[in-house]
Ligand binder design. Structure first.
Ligand code: ATP
Length: 294
């Protein structure tokens, strides 16, 4: 029998006046999972998460976090860490002081130097928050969210504004959190990050949970692609493809391996170069593009 979910959202509804931002959304997140709540702009992700985090009251529906109402702050907050898109650090406090203050408020135990090291901020310990760069502020947000290794961590667009080294370091830190058993809820517009990391994805669109499942479940109804460029006068292709006037070719396929094999055999037999060939499975980007626009 599966254990009680860490997050259990049933028929959640949120209206801002006449506008229904979240409509009948239900999902569960199991212990240890990395669940990515993704969606188009204005889909209702932030509104949903604000309710799950206990910051906002639902219009109707039930939300349970660790089996409790998330507005029961005393019971729930010590068990969760939240990395918001914008957090309010006092500009006069140093990085180390900010981490200590937020750590004490969380009521979890940890060591400030450890958390600074995890977030890659050891060298900025004595710098005032006001003097941090955008990426360093994100790291400070991350540091306060993971102080004390909470059982549940919300990461709201955690890598926005981070350079590639900082992104890699952040994801390494998330991997370590997960090894320690933390459950992670992620929102991001960097779909490849969700594609690589999420155990399951909830895809919101216009206030509803439009699709939910693993990456494989979300992408399997859409074709994979092969792209390359052919020189003028190349012979007829061995499979159906979209050929542009400038020589670019797009093949859509549900059997990537077999079609690639056919194509490479054909190119070899005709001594034809498939310039810049790229073959890839269906990506989450494709799932998003298939959504109807507002
Ligand atoms: N306080 C508010 N009052 C009225 N409407 C709001 C309020 N907050 C959000 N909305 C509207 O609710 C909808 C959902 O907003 P929300 O911020 O939850 O979307 P989102 O999925 O997080 O979007 P994004 O990816 O753009 O951050 C949007 O149309 C937004 O304009």
């Amino acid at each position: 029998m599966s254990s009680t979910p860490v997050i259990d959202v049933e028929h959640l509804h949120l209206a801002y006046g006449d506008f229904h931002a979240v409509k009948d959304v239900s999902f569960r997140v199991a212990r240890g999972e990395l669940y990515a709540l993704l969606g188009t702009n204005g889909a209702g992700k932030t509104s949903t998460l604000e309710i799950v985090e206990g910051h906002r009251r639902a219009t109707s529906g039930t939300v349970r976090v660790f089996g409790r109402d998330p507005r029961d702050r005393a019971a729930v907050r010590p068990r969760m860490g939240v990395m918001l898109q914008e957090s309010g650090f006092s500009p006069d406090l140093t990085v180390a002081e900010s981490v200590r203050l937020f750590g004490e408020l969380s009521r979890r135990r940890d060591s400030v130097p450890r958390v600074l090291a995890v977030a890659g901020l050891t060298h900025k310990a004595g710098t005032r928050a006001a003097q941090l760069s955008g990426g360093e502020k994100r790291r400070l947000d991350f540091a306060t969210a993971v102080y004390g290794t909470p059982e549940l961590v919300f990461l709201d667009e955690p890598t926005t504004g981070l350079d590639i080294q900082s992104r890699d370091a952040l994801w390494d830190a998330v991997d370590r959190l997960r090894e320690d058993g933390s459950t992670v809820v992620l929102t991001t517009h960097y779909l490849e990050e969700a594609q690589q990391r999420a155990d399951r994805i909830g895809l919101m669109h216009r206030g509803t949970l439009h699709q939910e499942g693993t990456v494989h479940e979300l992408t399997r109804t859409l074709p994979a692609t092969i792209r390359f460029t052919l020189a003028d006068g190349a012979p007829e292709l061995p499979l159906p493809a979209v050929r542009r006037d400038d020589g670019r070719v797009l093949v859509e396929t549900f059997d990537l391996q077999a079609d690639l094999y056919t194509l490479l055999g054909w190119a070899h037999a005709h001594a034809t170069e498939l310039r810049g060939i790229e073959a890839g499975p269906t990506r989450l980007d494709d799932v998003f593009r298939a959504l109807d626009n507002p």
